[in-house]
Design a protein around this ligand. Structure first.
Ligand code: SF4
Length: 401
């Protein structure tokens, strides 16, 4: 028998779907694909209503066993099985075990290793985002052991990667609401790591030394000082935001894209009104000022909010090295995404005049719903971000200023 360690953050353990209370239900706006077994189960159901809905609304695409059927959406963009109370008729009439694997597991995800399973939630679910951002203990971990006859058929944990991942998570945790200091610390650590591997190979003791020095720099204010001395590159920041706007407005509408568009419009308003005076720098200065003067004091009272988000990303993306990218390239993407989210929050506060927790939840869950729905949406979005890079991955430093 084999022991498998199962790890999950507290907000994952405690997650409960709020069903009809949800601010943006997941049974709409997305392609709902069904596997062959589920298609047949619905078409042959003893429940007449389920059978009728299935025969009228399931398109048999037969692309693979997993992708056998596709639900047609109603004129309002809802799954045809959703009732007036925004509850699933399959769940109600046939029970949870009748749901397709996708519907039964969403928003839960898991990453398997040979002797370890890491559980998480996708933030395209607003309830998951709300719990992550508002619970101070959301990113504390629960660990259990399960006994299996055999190990999982996945690769074993890479201990070097695991160590770097833990160090990065600790840095953003130590930085609290000063996300840029945590990201700066990670950049320093990854640079040292790259250098070390080139010169002498990986040495965990030397890396631990670097890590403790960087943690000291975050704690004693010298990381903040170093960021203050970086030259400004508002042009890069502006180009990244403009590129993001063009990308999102050219995308076909999907679930939550209206919500994201609501916040993008505010950002566009600020960028366009300042660009009229041919002064792209002034919109960036305006966003920076509102972030420092209004958002940061609010965040300082809730230091877990940003820190939980970045800890989540480091944990759930198995940072660094996402999809075969180098550690620094992974950090560039994470920093660019954080910069976009931060700009959307700042633009909203600048135009609304107040800061509301709900706006921050809306921005983060809709951003994830649109950019991280599946592998192809992630790849397309990352390609856009990559196109703005100047010289190399270290241009991420200009997004911290
Ligand atoms: S998005 Fe989340 S909370 Fe909302 S209905 Fe889906 S699983 Fe439930």
């Amino acid at each position: 028998m084999k022991e498998i360690t199962v790890v999950e953050p507290v907000f994952v353990t405690d997650f409960r779907c709020v069903g009809s209370e949800c601010r943006d239900h997941c049974c709409k706006g997305w392609d709902v694909t069904l596997d062959k077994t589920t298609v047949n189960r619905y078409l042959k159901s003893a429940q007449i209503e389920i059978r009728n809905i299935a025969s009228e609304n399931i398109v048999k695409v037969k692309k693979s066993f997993k992708n056998w059927g596709l639900m047609k959406l109603t004129s309002k963009g809802n799954c045809a099985f959703m009732d007036e109370e925004k509850l699933c008729k399959v769940h109600k009439q046939m029970g949870p075990s009748a749901l397709s694997p996708t519907c039964a597991t969403y928003p839960r995800t898991q990453y398997m290793h040979k002797y370890e399973v890491k559980k998480s939630l996708t933030l395209s679910c607003p309830e998951a985002t709300q719990k992550l951002l508002t619970r101070p203990d959301a990113m504390l971990f629960n660990q259990t052991v399960q006994i299996q006859a055999e190990a999982n058929k996945n690769e074993d944990v890479d201990n070097e990667h695991k160590l770097v991942n833990l160090m990065c998570a600790n840095m953003v945790k130590a930085a609290g609401c000063n996300a840029n200091e945590g990201l700066y610390g990670i950049a320093m650590l990854l640079l040292h790591l790259e250098q070390m591997k080139k010169e002498q190979g990986f040495n965990s003791e030397a890396l631990e030394n670097d890590y403790f020095n960087i943690m000291d720099a975050i704690g004693n204010g010298s990381a903040a000082q170093n960021i203050a001395e970086i030259n400004n590159n508002q042009e890069l920041q502006w180009s990244l935001l403009m590129r993001m706007q063009t990308y999102f407005s050219s995308k076909t509408k999907t679930r939550s894209s209206d919500m994201l568009q609501h916040y993008l419009t505010k950002l566009v308003h600020i960028q366009i009104s300042d660009a009229k005076d041919h002064d792209i720098g002034s919109s960036m200065t305006r966003l920076d000022a509102v972030w420092n003067e209004k958002v940061m004091p609010w965040m300082a009272e809730r230091p877990h909010l940003i820190s939980n988000y970045l800890q989540y990303r480091i944990y759930s993306d198995s940072f660094p090295g996402y999809q075969g990218r180098s550690p620094l390239a992974s950090l560039y993407l994470l920093t660019a995404e954080w910069f976009m989210i931060r700009s959307l929050i700042a633009a909203c506060v600048e135009l609304v005049g107040e800061i509301y927790e709900d706006d921050i939840i809306n921005i983060i869950y809709s951003f994830h719903a649109v950019t991280k729905h599946n592998n192809s949406s992630m790849a397309a979005f990352f390609e856009e971000i990559d196109n703005v890079k100047v010289n190399d991955d270290l241009s991420l430093i200009y997004l911290l200023k």
